[in-house]
Ligand binder design. Structure first.
Ligand code: AMP
Ligand code: GLY
Length: 422
């Protein structure tokens, strides 16, 4: 079978790497891909928002399965375009991808179906939002642009003045574009965060292993929010009693709620959870694999990923016995200085050859490109150094050693990924 992967980040590299292990796969295409993905797939010079052209490509090249890695095309309806053309595709339709595409929608869904989450109000009018904020007694408060905002549309405001400024930023200045046409104001929660990726076939849901993201740019959770500077799997705080609660009160109820709303969800639901004193609560839903969650979860997946994705499409996920290696996986992101704000591109990356000979250590490319036959930086997050180890300490040590082998101008990374008080 030939497959096509849509996207260009570390997540798509991990997906392509996992697909390449399937005996069912003869050839992998990736649009638009990156320099690392190019080592295992043929790159297609189409962007993720060219739905019709991508569908033409899939038709013309006899693609048996297209996997959509990114949120934007899913929320924009690429799956519907492929399905209308009779093409097999992995990911939710537009009416289900709204679970990530509109925080206003997802909050209302959780409210209606009693799925635990922070209490909230939704606003489409700036003056009304400000009036509401002025009446609040408890701070901090969380402001969220309802639409997609590259993980940046969430503001945690310590007092009324910064909340009023934040509302102005999201709804007035439209700093996150149309994502700020609607805004969710949410209760501030505290606790450990857990990412749980799941496969869903419309009716059944199977969890992949848990993970923990490191969202802030700097050590000890300082600095700006990023797409993720590192990740570990499994998450040590995701105990079996937490898992049991989530299964009963969050995971299956979400799938059932989407079905009841006529928005059958097929693909990956990524549950962003916070373990509060009152129990686990949903912070957000995503309609795709996380990045870098995919990098730490997929190396531990023991099934043929093509079988699992086909089962999601066919509604037969209940027949799949999803298995994960008990080993620990750590991903350390090497980023460009300045990320998540402005940064430079085009810096030559040295030292990548070292990874070819390594076992249990993978270098997933996020923002890289080929220039004059050299691999150069081409994004904020550049590489995800990923290690499978017997425990966190071993995986962490190997990941930091391997990170030292790579050199490029402006390289920066966090020093506390997978570090726990010992
Ligand atoms: P989201 O994109 O909704 O996951 O938000 C990004 C990050 O903001 C989360 O990973 C949390 O660290 C933080 N966050 C979001 N919602 C809340 C909340 N209600 N209380 C505290 N922190 C939050
Ligand atoms: N790492 C968080 C995300 O993919 O949204």
């Amino acid at each position: 079978m030939k497959i096509l992967i849509v996207g260009s980040g570390g997540r798509e590299h991990a997906i392509a790497w996992k697909c390449a292990q399937s005996p069912k796969v003869d050839k992998i295409y990736c649009a638009p891909g990156n320099a690392g993905i190019a080592q295992i797939a043929e790159l297609v010079p189409l962007k993720a928002d060219q739905y019709e052209e991508l569908a033409d490509f899939a038709k013309d090249h006899g693609i048996g399965l297209t996997i959509i890695g990114m949120d934007d095309p899913l929320v924009g309806g690429i799956v519907d375009v492929f399905e209308e053309r009779g093409l097999r595709v992995f990911g939710p339709r537009k009416n289900a991808a709204i679970l990530e595409g509109s925080k206003a929608f997802s909050k209302e869904l959780m409210d209606k179906y009693d799925i635990p989450t922070a209490s909230y109000e939704t606003f489409t009018d700036l003056a009304a939002a400000k009036h509401y904020l002025e009446g609040l007694e408890k701070f901090p408060v969380v402001l969220k642009a309802s639409g997609l905002a590259l993980g940046k549309g969430v503001l945690i405001c310590e007092d009324l003045a910064s909340a009023l400024d934040g509302a102005e930023t999201i709804m007035g200045e439209k700093a996150f574009g149309a994502a700020g046409d609607e805004m969710v104001v949410e209760e501030f929660l505290t606790g450990r965060e857990v990412s749980v990726l799941t496969f869903v076939d419309g009716t059944h849901i199977k969890e992949m292993s848990s993970a923990q993201d490191y969202k802030r740019a700097g050590d000890d959770d300082t600095g700006l929010n990023t797409g993720g500077m590192g990740n570990i799997s499994p998450n040590p705080f995701y105990t079996s009693s937490v898992q049991q609660f989530c299964r009963e009160k969050i995971f299956q109820p979400t799938v059932d709620a989407m079905k009841a709303e006529g928005r059958e969800f097929k693909g990956v639901i990524f549950f962003g959870l916070m373990l509060t004193e009152d129990g686990p609560k949903v912070l957000e839903y995503n309609c795709r694999f996380g990045d870098p969650e995919a990098q730490v979860v997929l190396p531990r997946l023991e099934n043929d990923i093509i079988d699992v994705m086909n089962a999601c499409i066919d509604g037969t996920l209940d027949q799949i016995d999803l298995k994960f290696s008990p080993r620990t996986c750590v991903c350390l992101v090497l980023a460009s200085d300045g990320y998540p704000a402005a940064y430079e591109k085009g810096k030559v990356i040295h030292g990548l050859e070292a990874f070819r000979k390594m076992r249990d250590c993978f270098c997933f490319h996020a923002g890289t490109a080929m220039k004059d036959e050299k691999i150069v930086t081409n994004g904020g997050r550049v590489l995800g150094i990923t290690v499978l180890g017997d425990d966190l300490r071993q995986a962490r040590q190997k990941a930091y050693e391997a990170a030292g082998l790579v050199r490029f101008s402006g390289k920066y990374y966090r020093h506390d990924i997978a570090k726990f008080e010992e």
